[in-house]
Design a protein around this ligand. Structure first.
Ligand code: C2E
Ligand code: MG
Ligand code: MG
Length: 540
């Protein structure tokens, strides 16, 4: 069989070998087979192959022909072959671009998935984070196959000690182990999440009753109690658990309620389980109400200072006043700090209350001075929130406080917890504004000698618990004596609070305490009663 070629290069009959040799070696066998098949079947011939020109140029050829028998009776194929190189190359390029685009889309999709995963999971334990927890809880609350719904709020008991004592990698190891153990102890369909440092939450669904919840919580506690090997050390951390549940899959307050239950569990000791109860609910409502009322009271100027005198231990002359906040509540009457300061702290309102009291104190002071009353220094109490208030300095500067007119009483625990550079710096700035610094309740909890040395306050105030037994306990008296000696050695003055008897007053004076404050010398009174105190000499 011969082929008739009409190409740009030559025309005429060519031998089959010319055709065969021109075909690209990789396509040759297939092309020949397809031609032979067409001959054998006397049918259609359809092929595509590459040919190589003598100069090495590779072209793509498409060949179409069909069988026929010529007039002379010779079996032949008639058809055409044409150069489709441009087409093929274009298609190949399009396919390549499509592949690149697909790969890019896939990569994008994967990285989007990765980002989404990271946004919803805790990197350390791989558990869902708070965000995913919220989402899942909301989904379950809408899920018609869910009947009962519970949130268990869990906090590792000794985590802080482990972190501080063995380092952060030990802490991380404990958290990872805890995550695995919590998950291992849960029935199918539960969700565990890590929502804070050592805080985990668990969602349980379709449990049959409270006893089942109790059982699961106990089981989780038991698993968590097991020791964890960390290098050469064995670490152990128990867990406290607060539980809130609903029988109609309403999730409205489950997390907040389980948190409150957890708070009570921890307050009762370690390794406890506490359900959210009606009583806790009432407490929560009361707290919320106080929180709301506090905000209104701040706006309405219902916080006023009462003043308690501070006397020179030897002469009994008035050398100072302490301003103590009182809340003039429209319905409940006069409230003392014990009734509202803790809630104010929780609602972040302490700094505002302190600021309001300072403004009132400065106003009272101006009033007294205007009437010719000799005003001694006035001490105000400063909460930790106020001390860390970023607007504190600005606020103080705007108040134009006279030199040595005001004392800031900071409670001892503020320093011990956070005696950091930032705080030392703000204390230094306060001192430079002519405001004295006093450490309140000294000796009430922690040995705060370090705070004393670093802070260099003008004065420290001996806590009333120490004063209370000064006449009945030799040991207590010795403690007070040492405090006074140390203070003197550091150039710090000493005041005592809670002076309830004349005995307290004389003993303290003998021990070298310079200033006294207490019910025996004067109770806190409203500003309107201060004039009278100044006029009449104090008995003693
Ligand atoms: P504190 O600063 O140690 O104030 C002394 C507390 O002891 C006052 O209670 C005072 O009324 C009471 N007290 C005075 N003399 C005696 C006494 O002889 N015996 C006994 N048993 N108690 C005495 P108060 O006014 O209820 O204040 C309690 C605490 O509330 C204060 O303790 C202080 O830490 C805080 N506080 C008071 N006012 C403010 C304020 O404006 N801001 C802030 N942040 N805290 C304040
Ligand atoms: Mg005080
Ligand atoms: Mg005190």
């Amino acid at each position: 069989m011969h082929r008739l070629y009409q190409t740009g290069r030559k025309s005429g009959l060519v031998a089959t070998s010319v055709w065969t040799n021109a075909i690209h070696p990789d396509d040759r066998e297939r092309a020949e087979r397809e031609f032979d098949d067409a001959v054998a079947s006397r049918g259609q011939y359809n092929s595509e192959f590459r040919i190589v020109w003598p100069d090495g140029d590779v072209r793509y050829i498409r060949s179409r022909a069909h069988f026929y028998v010529s007039e002379e009776g010779a079996p032949s194929f008639i058809g055409a072959e044409w150069d489709v190189t441009a087409d093929v190359r274009l298609n190949a390029e399009a396919a390549r671009q499509r592949a690149v685009a697909e790969a890019r889309a896939l990569a994008l999709e994967q990285s989007a998935a990765r980002i989404e995963y990271a946004a919803e999971h805790d990197y350390l334990t791989g558990l869902p984070n708070r965000r995913l927890f919220d989402k899942r809880l909301a989904q379950l609350a809408e899920d018609p196959t869910v009947s009962t719904l519970a949130v268990l709020h869990l906090d590792l008991d000794e985590f802080k000690q482990i972190n501080d004592g063995y380092g952060h990698s030990a802490g991380d190891a404990v958290l990872r182990a805890a995550a695995l153990r919590i998950e291992a102890g849960l029935p199918k369909g539960s969700i565990a999440a890590r929502i804070g440092g050592d805080e985990f939450v668990i969602i349980l669904v379709n449990f049959t009753g409270v006893d089942v919840l109790q059982q699961i919580a106990r089981d989780v506690q038991r698993r968590l109690r097991k020791k964890i090997r960390f290098g050469a050390d064995l670490l152990q951390s128990g867990a406290s658990i607060g539980i809130s549940w609903s029988a109609d899959r309403s999730d409205a307050n489950l997390l907040a309620e389980s948190d409150i239950a957890l708070y009570h569990a921890k307050a009762a000791g370690r390794d406890r389980i506490q359900f959210f109860t009606q009583q806790l609910k009432d407490e929560l409502m009361a707290k919320r109400q106080i929180g709301e009322e506090l905000k209104l009271a701040l706006e309405g100027g219902e916080f006023v200072p009462f003043y308690q005198v501070q006397l020179d231990a030897r002469t009994r002359a008035i050398v100072g006043l302490e301003a103590l906040v009182r809340w003039q509540h429209a319905e409940r009457g006069l409230l003392v700090p014990g009734d509202f300061l803790k809630v104010a702290d929780e609602y972040g309102l302490s700094a505002d209350i302190d600021a309001a009291i300072l403004r009132r104190v400065l106003k009272d002071r101006r009033d007294w001075e205007g009437r010719g009353v000799p005003v001694p220094r006035i001490a105000v109490n400063i909460s930790g929130q106020r001390l860390y208030d970023p607007h504190l300095m600005e606020d103080l500067l705007s108040l134009d406080i006279p030199q040595s007119a005001i004392v800031f009483e900071l409670i001892e625990t503020i320093f011990l917890d956070d005696c950091d550079d930032e705080m030392l710096q703000s204390v230094e700035q306060i001192k430079q504004m002519g405001i004295e610094i006093e450490i309140d309740d000294f000796g009430s909890g922690h040995a705060s000698l370090i705070g004393l040395v670093r802070l260099r306050p003008t004065r420290l105030k001996i806590d009333r618990q120490l004063v209370d037994e000064i006449d009945t306990s030799d040991e207590q008296r010795r403690v007070v004596k040492s405090i006074i000696e140390i203070a003197k050695a550091l150039g710090v003055s000493v005041i005592a609070e809670g002076v309830e008897t004349e005995g307290h007053a004389t003993t303290l004076a003998k021990l070298g305490c310079e200033t006294l404050q207490g019910f025996a010398l004067g109770r806190p009174v409203p500003a309107s009663e201060i004039d009278g105190i100044f006029v009449s000499p104090v008995a003693g």
